[in-house]
Design a protein around this ligand. Structure first.
Ligand code: NDP
Length: 453
């Protein structure tokens, strides 16, 4: 069997063995197909069945989370922690609280995390977790009770040298606080078992900003390869949460014009740019009042497109140079990609995980649109989480400048690694292939070194 046939047979077995997990299948196919040239060079990976092993989580924990709402009604949710790969360090990856969470979604995120964490160059294994709990519309007390119930099971599976969760969709500073408080109460130790903590009690400066800033630094590196910069570029961003907020801030600081933000109800289009006081408004709206992005349109008298993502209204935007999807998986469809390309799109950089469907990625690459895949472009979040772990171990905290500088260097290095691997393995400029190969190689070699497990 040649390498192509071997990869296809592995993918087929995975699809049969994990029925219904469509996002997981999608993520596996992309990675496995792109590492085929590497397998030809290193047949020892096939012999040691690295593909079969790397696609099987080391451990999956699924658990009941029972909690009471403000009216005394009992609710039951399902909790997950997928501990995917510990070849490079303790399991590391976020927790997602969203009604769409199920095993296949957590496995896709955990699988992607393996290669992302590897690309950072830090000693980080990979995991992901979450629950189908929906924090939207819940009171602070309800969220607190849910987080406490969730941690009452999760605590026994995590720890600073075992598994260190962080935030993701629906899990921000508030949730990390409640989760950490419950962890500490149970184990009776103040230790870095979670990242994304507030600075005052062990968090890292720049962690809230890290993913959004990192995506923008990665974009800068991409644009540099064509002798361009962010300045004066018209940038459409989706989402209005953690990643979108800080991507918007950094793009504006670098002179770009952020014209859209969205939430699950719709998109606002502000051709003047969402910056300064308008950006502060979004921060207050989303992080304090927990309101809807529609209110931005009402406040500033701009267009609001209910039920639409920015990509679906691409033809209505005067211009779109850069797309930064920062909301969720598979949000950019093939037809949206086409519309954006027709409207002059120059680059796509993924803040969210796997936000572009495979057909959209193909169109971007075929049309010479610079494309920064999530596992490279959004690795800044987990990288600074890694730095938070280092600071916790040393029991000290670095300055914002120090962390930001390290973040910049890490993003630059990730781009360089992906760029070089793409060139070396016959797909120059294709950062999807480059990131997959570079990320995969470090983990696969570590797995070979560590014996059969
Ligand atoms: P938040 O919960 O802070 O924000 C998510 C935003 O996306 C919200 O505006 C939300 O709208 C919107 N959104 C979520 N789901 C959907 C959906 N199905 N359809 C339309 N809009 C949706 O999450 P983050 O900003 O932390 O995460 C965003 C993305 O970035 C995710 O893909 C995550 O995996 C990825 N990521 C996050 C990192 C981090 O450090 N936080 C690190 C690396 C990647 P609404 O409020 O209406 O639901």
């Amino acid at each position: 069997m040649n390498a192509e046939e071997y990869v296809e047979s592995v993918i087929q077995k995975i699809e049969e063995k994990n029925p219904g997990e469509k996002e997981f299948h999608q993520a596996v196919r992309e990675v496995l197909e792109s590492v085929t040239p590497l397998l030809k060079e290193k047949p020892e990976y096939m012999k040691a069945k690295i593909l079969e092993r790397i696609t099987e989580p080391e451990r999956v924990v699924m658990f009941r989370v029972a909690w009471e709402d403000d009216n005394g009604e009992v609710h039951v949710n399902r909790g997950y922690r997928v501990q995917f790969n510990s070849a490079l360090g303790p399991y590391k990856g976020g927790l997602r609280f969203h009604p769409s969470v199920y095993l296949g979604l957590v496995k896709f995120l955990g699988f992607e995390q393996i290669f992302k964490n590897s690309l950072t160059g830090l000693p980080l294994g990979a995991g992901k977790g979450g629950s189908d709990f929906d924090p939207k519309g819940k009171s602070d007390s309800e969220v607190r009770r849910f987080c406490q119930a969730f941690m009452t099971e999760l605590y026994r599976h995590i720890g600073p040298d075992t598994d260190v969760p962080a935030g993701d969709i629906g899990v921000g500073a508030r949730e990390i606080g409640y989760l950490f408080g419950q962890y500490k109460r149970i184990v009776n130790r103040f230790e870095g078992a979670l990242t994304g903590k507030a600075y005052e009690w062990g968090g890292s400066l720049i962690r809230p900003e890290a993913t959004g800033y990192g995506v923008t630094y990665f974009l800068e590196e991409m644009l540099k390869t064509r002798g361009e910069g962010v300045e004066r570029k018209v940038v459409a961003i989706s989402g209005a949460g953690n990643v979108a907020q800080y991507a918007a801030q950094k793009v504006s600081q670098l002179g770009g014009i952020v014209v859209t933000l969205s939430d699950s109800d719709g998109t606002v289009y502000d051709p003047e740019g969402i910056k300064g006081e308008k950006w502060e408004y979004v921060m207050e709206l989303k992080n304090v009042r927990r309101g809807r992005i529609k209110e931005y349109a009402e406040e500033y008298g701009v267009q609001y497109y209910p039920g639409k993502m920015p990509w679906e209204i691409a033809e209505k935007l005067e211009k779109i140079d850069i797309a930064m999807p920062c909301a969720t998986q598979n949000e950019i469809k093939e037809q949206d990609a086409k519309k954006m390309i027709d409207n002059g799109l120059k680059a796509v950089v993924e803040g969210a995980n796997m936000p572009s469907v495979p057909g959209a990625v193909r169109l971007f690459l075929e049309n010479s649109v610079l494309f920064g895949p999530a596992k490279a472009a959004n690795a800044g979040g987990v990288a600074v989480s890694g730095l938070e772990m280092s600071q916790n171990s040393m029991r000290l905290q670095w300055t914002a400048e120090e962390v930001d500088e390290r973040l910049k260097q890490i993003m630059k290095r990730i781009h360089e690694q992906a760029w070089n691997a793409a060139k070396e393995y016959g797909s120059p400029g294709n950062l999807v292939v480059g990131a997959n190969i570079a990320g995969f190689k470090r983990v696969a070699d570590a797995m070979l070194d560590q014996g059969l497990y």
